[in-house]
Write a new protein. Structure first.
Length: 102
């Protein structure tokens, strides 16, 4: 496997002790993982890896994701339309200001 060009981490809200606390999971963020993976595949973004992660500690802005190596943080990702908008920007090598956590 080649090293991915980008790596998306989607917050799953889980803390070290396994307790789901934050808003990302409770707001359905992790339910979007399948859609996000399917969209990456459909768009031919085979050089982008997707992982769930523990709490990103931006609960007030969740559901959240971070894209590396750009260190771009996005929040308020509640729907497939939100995923589409972020991926559209990713394909254009742009940052989507509508979801950006700065």
């Amino acid at each position: 496997m080649e090293k991915p060009r980008k790596h998306i981490f989607l917050c799953a809200s889980f803390r070290a002790n396994g307790t789901p606390l934050g808003i990302c999971d409770k707001s359905g963020g992790t339910a979007l993982i399948q859609y996000l993976q399917e969209e990456l595949d459909d768009r031919g973004l085979t050089d982008v890896m997707l992982s769930l992660t523990s709490c990103l500690k931006v609960c007030d802005r969740g559901p959240a994701m971070v894209i590396y190596p750009d260190n771009t943080w996005y929040g308020g990702i509640n729907s497939e339309d939100d995923i589409d908008a972020i991926l559209d920007s990713l394909e254009e090598n742009e940052i989507n200001e509508d979801y950006l956590i700065s």
